[in-house]
Ligand binder design. Sequence first.
Ligand SMILES: Cc1cc2nc3c(=O)[nH]c(=O)nc-3n(C[C@H](O)[C@H](O)[C@H](O)COP(=O)(O)O)c2cc1C
Length: 320
Amino acid sequence: MEKENITIILAPLQGYTDVTFRNVFPDHFSGVDEAVAPFISTMGQMRLKPSRIKDVDPENNKKLFVVPQILGNVAKDFIFLADHLYEMGHKKVNWNLGCPHSKIAKKSRGSGLLMYPEKIDAFLDKVLSGISNTLSVKIRLGRKSKDEIFKVLPVLAKYPLDEIILHPRTGVQMYDGTSDHEAFGKALLNCRHMFTYNGDITDLASFLTVEKKFPRIKRFMIGRGLLSNPFLAEKIKGIPGSKNQIERLKDFHDDLFENYQKIFSGPAHLTGRMKGFWTYLGPSFKKSKKGLKSILKARSMDRYQDAVNFFFKDTPGFLE
Ligand SMILES: Cc1cc2nc3c(=O)[nH]c(=O)nc-3n(C[C@H](O)[C@H](O)[C@H](O)COP(=O)(O)O)c2cc1C
């Protein structure tokens, strides 16, 4: 039976889930309802980076409901960018309070702000009275300690946020270890806003574990799990898949490749982008090691395409 009462959101993955991916993916796989786009940084002095704005242009983002994400800590720059996005037609924007990279965190951006609840408070106070639409936040448990969130949640509770998406790791943890379900559960108890789970849903079993532990959660954000298994959302929702899995993956690959070919000028850029996807997708094929190695080694377009064709022809199947 199809599961209809849950929402699956494609996570923002910088360098992967751009407009091309968000348009190609839904032509091949179902089950994903929404996407948060990879972050756009605020720039200051009323400047905008055209390529980043183009990525979330509603005209080119019609296949999935897309929420743009902003990274920044200066209220007036945030308001300027958010209002630009609202004027383009977006109904929601998301604030990135989770980015773990130290270069960003050191400047009190992303997860770097989680140690300073008072700065978050001052920021939201200005931003929420300045923007013309709604805001959601994507957070981690903290920068250095998983207890930081318990000082942040009372601040967030003061504001009319649309949603809180929690990835239960700390920033310094990056992607080490596993998502902390116990800490997620505690945070959930302390939150009045719509709450979304994000982290390490890689197969049906890991989804069912989260669903069973947190029956209140109806919104699930999935990132790397969808890159390594594009059938995952269909599987979670019990949507029957048509055609052979390998054929579907090859069609998806070819479509993605063709669309990136229109954008990237040099072969190194194009194959580089495609190899990124292969690092997630490749290991999900049975006995993929050797074939994947030749794809990742390929330097020219011809070599890349030969290696990919051989991979799909030779593969004994896709992991369940
Ligand atoms: C390559 C990569 C890029 C990411 N880019 C962003 C981003 O732009 N904004 C953001 O909020 N999170 C970003 N994340 C974090 C993911 O959105 C997500 O929170 C994290 O991967 C955990 O979810 P998952 O286990 O389902 O992948 C990124 C993660 C990775 C691995």
